[in-house]
Design a protein around this ligand. Structure first.
Ligand SMILES: Cc1ncc(COP(=O)(O)O)c(C=O)c1O
Length: 375
């Protein structure tokens, strides 16, 4: 049986370019970047090159890119790092459709005495900007809003959000983990103070990511030790992972327009084929701007996990929710925040494609989906 992978938002296959540089690094670069000798400096140069490559994709100064273990750590570092320096500012703002690596940090900070305000989203998953404006005051330390949603692909208007947030003297953290590689992510243009990214969502190995910290924006570290990464993230660097992440960022920066065009073509085909062939299909976030690779679709009268497992038995891998909360039996908190009916909430699937997918795979996957839904 041929397997078709339509779960790129969970993780993407590692790109050939990443494997090649990682192997080369493991074989030929043995030093610790903190060592002053030849071997150490060789490793340091490799990390610095990767920092430059990541920074170029984000249009950030390389000095402002801090390597981490991935999106979860970057989000924790940004939010906790600001909260630790909040100096009496006790309000933190986010919304209920954020990733668990943001929501659960806020939950923890609430236990430490921070007041957490959740701004509602509309039926398309877009943030209520008036409610954000009203909630902000001089006690607000930080607002955290993602750029593209991992379950629906809905893109938040970050440039408008940053204006509102800065006008009230607060800082903005942006989780751009799902946006990277699927749309332009330019930190200068967005104006964000902090921005999280993760390697494995764009074809680097798992366990490496980065946090962009705007010049002048001060955060406390999460991890203390040998003062690596400008004292913000101690611990010997994951040199092969970082080198691979850098290489993938270089590739994505050089090919962003063509990769987005490819995703758009396949994504439109996927969405149109579902709507034309399966009359009960309802797409979430259809009225909003979305990244081109993500389709969140409900099939009333069916149950998400059953659909997902039947598709898997027929060789099509999709997600019945956020991959990290799958298996919890709970419907998606993202779709819940958008006010979906129970019928749509419990019958949702997320299909997310990548540049390795082919037109034939998309057509075949939709045919199998049609059989499963009508069977
Ligand atoms: C929007 C978003 N933020 C953060 C993360 C966490 O990233 P990582 O898996 O690198 O920890 C994910 C992963 O699913 C995500 O989709």
């Amino acid at each position: 049986m041929k397997h078709i992978y339509l779960d790129y938002n969970s993780t993407a296959p590692v790109r050939a370019e990443a494997i090649a540089v990682m192997m080369d690094c493991c074989q030929n670069i043995c030093g610790n970047p903190s060592s002053m000798h030849h071997f150490g400096q060789q490793a340091k140069q490799a990390v610095d090159r990767a920092r430059f490559q990541v920074a170029r994709l984000l249009n950030a100064p390389p000095s402002q890119v801090i390597f981490t273990s991935g999106g979860t750590e970057s989000n924790n570092m940004a939010i906790r790092g600001i909260a630790a320096r909040s100096r009496g500012k006790k309000q933190l703002i986010t919304c209920r459709s954020e990733h668990s690596s943001v929501l659960n940090v806020f939950k923890e900070l609430a236990k430490d005495g921070f007041a957490i305000t959740y701004i509602p989203v509309d039926a398309n998953g877009l943030l209520d900007l008036n409610a954000l404006d009203e909630a902000l005051d001089d006690t607000t330390a930080l607002v955290s809003i993602m750029l593209a949603n991992n379950e629906t692909g809905v893109i938040q208007p970050i440039k408008e959000i940053v204006e509102i947030v800065h006008a009230k003297g607060a800082l903005l953290h942006v989780d751009a983990v799902q946006a990277l590689g699927k749309m332009a992510v330019d930190v200068m243009d967005l104006g964000a103070d902090l921005l999280s990214i993760s390697g494995h969502k764009i074809g680097a190995p798992k366990g490496v990511g980065a946090l962009y910290v705007r010049i002048g924006c001060k955060i406390e570290p999460l991890i203390f030790g040998g003062n690596q990464e400008s004292r913000l993230r101690s611990g010997t660097e994951n040199v092969p992972g970082i080198v691979a992440f850098g290489k993938v960022c270089e590739f994505v920066a050089d090919n962003l327009d063509s990769e987005i065009a490819q995703l758009r073509q396949l994504g439109e085909l996927l969405e149109q084929a579902i709507l034309e062939n399966i009359p009960s299909a309802v797409i979430s976030g259809a009225g909003a701007l979305r990244i081109p690779n993500t389709v969140n679709v409900s099939f009333s009268g069916h149950e998400s996990d059953t659909l997902m497992m039947m598709l898997d038995m027929k060789g099509v891998a999709v997600s019945s929710g956020a991959s990290c909360s799958t298996g919890s039996g709970e419907p998606s908190h993202v779709l819940k925040s958008m006010g979906l009916s129970q019928e749509l909430l419990y019958s949702a699937l997320r299909l997310s494609i990548g540049t390795n997918n082919t037109t034939e795979e998309i057509i075949q996957a939709v045919d199998i989906l049609r059989q499963v839904v009508s069977g």
